[in-house]
Ligand binder design. Structure first.
Ligand code: PMV
Length: 332
């Protein structure tokens, strides 16, 4: 099924006149149970359900403004991006899903306060902010679940970036994917902390889209992934309900390493780790041995995200002076 066929069922046939200017923010998110593998590439429908934590103030701020011009204009972090570049082309193709050809062209300005494409999930906040902005620009007033499903069509993990706190993305079974959306989990955990270690800001060689496809097609080990992910998701849900940090950290770390194991077992092999990534993992394991409650997770990139609670923050900052600490429930 095509994205446009699904979307057209939820918006008017005639595109409404756009507002003069809209500006929105969407947080980035880090999965504790990862999304890895698609059952439908067109709609980004996942093979497994996933669970994430949003990054509070870190994410994408996007503004949309109709312009009197023949082409859309795309800016990223205050710099103009040529429409032929994939970043701009993806945004324009996405906008086209929500407007007709006679509707005015748009100036799209996105500012990310996280490093783009270094495994810190900027496409997640980017597409979540974009769908929120589109919804406001044309006054569509879409339901949160519909907006989440539409964000998913831009980038799978974007479905989770419409909400703050812990978020679960349901895998869904429908062919049109409209039961594959993310939902906020009500739990608040004020002591919960994430630590971002940007070991390198280099763009990754193989993006998550191509990476998950390669894993699915070439790694026998991938067969065990959906089972592992389903079990981990249940463990994480209960760990969150019980505020059991050990169970949460252990499950998240094992889930991330299991995902990486399937990547490594692909052909050609996919190893996102750099020497610094491995050294950092070993340092975390040593710190844990010495009694510090510290776990980690990693996405399709070399960077490491630390998981801990407020009582360990001082020890974590001492071990990793460059860490950027996030309190995801600070504004709750
Ligand atoms: O949404 P995508 O296509 O950028 O894929 C995200 C994949 C991971 O970051 C590795 C896992 C996840 O659930 O965020």
């Amino acid at each position: 099924m095509k994205k446009s066929d699904v979307i057209q069922r939820y918006i008017p046939t005639k595109t409404p006149l756009p507002k003069e200017h809209v500006e929105v923010f969407a947080p980035s998110n880090i999965a504790l149970c990862k999304y890895w593998g698609k059952r439908d590439k067109e709609l980004n429908l996942p093979i497994n359900a996933s669970l994430s934590i949003s990054l509070g103030q870190l994410g994408s701020r996007t503004s949309l403004q109709p312009i009197d011009a023949a082409e859309d204009q795309v800016l990223l972090n205050d710099l103009s991006v040529d429409n032929s570049q994939s970043f701009a082309a993806k945004i324009i193709a996405y906008l086209d899903l929500f407007r007709t050809a006679d509707s005015p062209r748009i100036r799209v300005e996105t500012n990310n306060n996280i490093p783009t494409a270094a495994g810190l999930a900027s496409s997640a906040s980017g597409f979540a902010a974009l769908i929120k902005a589109i919804d406001q620009l044309y006054g569509y007033a879409l339901e949160p679940q519909v907006m989440s499903a539409f964000a998913r069509m831009g980038s799978g993990s974007a479905s989770r970036s419409l909400f703050d706190g812990f978020v679960q993305w349901h895998m869904g079974v429908r062919e049109d994917g409209m039961d594959s959306y993310a939902e906020l989990l009500p739990a608040q955990w004020p002591e919960f902390r994430l630590g971002l270690l940007t070991l390198t800001e280099a763009e990754k060689a193989v993006g998550s889209r191509a990476g998950m496809q390669r894993t699915l097609e070439t790694a026998h080990l991938y067969q065990s992934w959906p089972l592992q992910a389903a079990a981990d998701l249940e463990k994480l849900r209960s760990a969150i309900d019980d505020r059991d940090f050990h169970r949460l950290g252990q499950t998240a770390e094992q889930n991330a390493l299991s995902m990486h194991a399937t990547m490594i077992a692909s052909w050609p092999p996919l190893l996102y780790w750099q020497p610094e990534s491995v050294a950092t993992m070993q340092q975390i394991w040593q710190l844990r041995e010495s009694g510090i409650d510290l776990y980690f997770t990693m996405d399709a990139g070399p960077n490491i995200k630390l998981l801990f609670t407020a009582d360990q923050q001082q020890a974590v900052e001492q071990a990793f002076p460059e860490v950027q600490v996030i309190a995801p429930f600070a504004n709750a």
